[in-house]
Structure formats: structure tokens, C-alpha cells
Write a protein that binds this ligand. Structure first.
Ligand SMILES: Nc1ncnc2c1ncn2[C@@H]1O[C@H](COP(=O)(O)OP(=O)(O)OP(=O)(O)O)[C@@H](O)[C@H]1O
Ligand SMILES: [Mg+2]
Length: 234
């Protein structure tokens, strides 16, 4: 479904991604783990068109999306729940969710997907008229995930959905990711919490200073001594 081929990218004079390659097959949950500053967020931002590709290519659903705008990429079926939540603080929960559906005009489908958001995250239903900026951190994270789902993506990119959240909320978010995946959504998950991510995912990649240094089945990475030392605190 997604092929990232030898992609380099960076900011100004700084090169961050050094010819990284990864792929995500339809139906998979794939996780990208790595330390702070390794290039995880940059990788997701390159895939969804927010950061330009300098060389290499990104192919989604069989067609090249290299150089496409983020909006065009959403229309092709990819949604991104960015790091740091980035919800619209002066809009209500409901308006934030409606923004997530900006590519659609099927009113009935949108209404039923709003209902689905509130079924997945009941707290959002209770707070649908509250301004996004006044939600708690965990509620904002749920809103960011729910908003991404409003475009009915085939592929969902999640950047650190568990960051700074209480264990119960983290558990809920990962449960939702699992449910969505069972329902047919493919997921590329970036996480600092490597153990939880590898338990949830089918496969994983390790990124270190802009290079993919390991890849494999999630269970094999969990059992790998280098991964355990570097990312699992063992
Ligand atoms: N907008 C930017 N301008 C300049 N440099 C940037 C920018 N965004 C990121 N960087 C740099 O690129 C490198 C990779 O950052 P990135 O955000 O991709 O890392 P990350 O793996 O997501 O880290 P973290 O786990 O801390 O979120 C870092 O050295 C960072 O300082
Ligand atoms: Mg990041």
C-alpha cells in the first residue's frame, strides 16, 4: 500500500533522512521506533506531503505521491494524526471533527462517522460543544485521532499518540487502533513507547539518526537484544 524508496529530506542545510526505505502492506500495523530526533516525525511528514522529498520517491496505492500537497494526499486516502495533537483550539470538538471530513460531501456518511467517533471515544460526545483548546491533553489526543478518521482513510499515520497520557487513556487509544485495524484500516505508528507499539504492531522499523537500522516482525524486534537495550530499557 505504501512504499517509501530511498527518500532523503531535511530542513534548510540540514539533512535529516538519509535514503530511508520502508513499506506498509494493506491491513498491517507497522511501527517506526527510534530515539528523540531520529527522524520519525520527519518521516511521517514526508509521507503525507508536509515536508518535501529531496530525492527518492513515495508511492501510495500504486501511484507516486512524491511532491503532492497534503490535501491531495488526504483525498487519496491517507490521514495523519500529527505529533503534539495540533487540533484547532478555537473550534468546538464537533467543528474539529467536521474539518477532518473536508474532502467529503456525503452528509449521511459524515453524520454516521461522527457517531462512530463518539462511540469510539464517548468523552468526545459528551464534550462536542466544548472548544478544542479547553480539552485535557488526553481528550485532545483522542480528538486528533478521531479527526484523522473523519476522512475515512485507508492508511492512518499516527505520530506519538500516547505522548504524555495516563496509562488508561493510552490503553484506550491503542485499543481503538486495534479495532480500526480489524475494520480494515492500515496503520503506520510512530511511538516512543516501543514496547507497547511492538506488541500492537505486525512489523517494525528502527530509525537512528535518519537511517533505518533494523526491520522485522514485531515479535522478533521485541526479542532482539539491541532493541531491548536501546528502546525497551532491559
Ligand atoms: N522544522 C524544522 N526545522 C529544522 N530542523 C528540524 C525541523 N523539524 C525537525 N528538525 C530536526 O530534524 C531532526 C529530526 O526531527 P524529528 O522531529 O523528525 O525527530 P523525531 O524522531 O520525531 O523525534 P522525537 O522523538 O523527539 O519526536 C532533529 O534533529 C530536529 O531538530
Ligand atoms: Mg517526533
Amino acid at each position: 500500500m505504501l512504499h517509501v524508496d530511498s527518500v532523503t529530506a531535511g530542513y534548510g542545510a540540514i539533512s535529516v533522512l538519509k535514503a530511508i526505505s520502508l513499506r506498509v502492506a494493506e491491513g498491517e500495523i507497522v511501527t517506526l521506533i527510534g530515539g528523540n530526533g531520529a527522524g520519525k516525525t520527519t518521516t511521517l511528514n514526508v509521507i503525507c506531503g508536509v515536508v518535501p522529498v529531496r530525492s527518492g520517491k513515495v508511492v501510495f496505492g500504486g501511484r507516486s505521491i512524491t511532491g503532492q500537497s497534503p490535501n491531495a494526499v488526504v483525498r487519496l486516502g491517507m490521514a495523519h494524526s500529527p505529533e503534539g495533537r495540533k487540533i484547532f483550539p478555537r473550534m468546538t470538538v464537533l467543528e474539529n471533527l467536521e474539518m477532518g471530513a473536508f474532502t467529503r460531501n456525503d452528509k449521511a456518511g459524515i453524520t454516521s462517522d461522527l457517531e462512530r467517533s463518539f462511540a469510539l471515544f464517548p468523552i468526545l460526545g459528551e464534550r462536542k460543544h466544548q472548544l478544542g483548546g479547553t480539552l485535557s491533553g488526553g481528550e485532545q489526543q483522542m480528538l486528533a485521532v478521531a479527526r484523522a478518521l473523519m476522512s475515512r482513510p485507508k492508511l492512518l499515520l499516527l505520530d506519538e499518540p500516547s505522548l504524555g497520557l495516563a496509562p488508561l487513556i493510552v490503553a484506550r487509544i491503542f485499543e481503538v487502533v486495534k479495532e480500526l485495524n480489524r475494520g480494515g484500516v492500515t496503520v503506520l505508528l510512530v511511538e516512543q513507547n516501543a514496547r507497547t507499539a511492538l506488541r500492537l504492531a505486525h512489523r517494525g522499523y528502527v530509525i537512528e539518526t535518519g537511517e533505518i537500522t533494523m526491520e522485522g516482525q514485531a515479535s522478533a524486534l521485541l526479542a532482539d537484544e539491541r532493541v531491548q537495550k536501546a528502546y525497551l530499557g532491559e
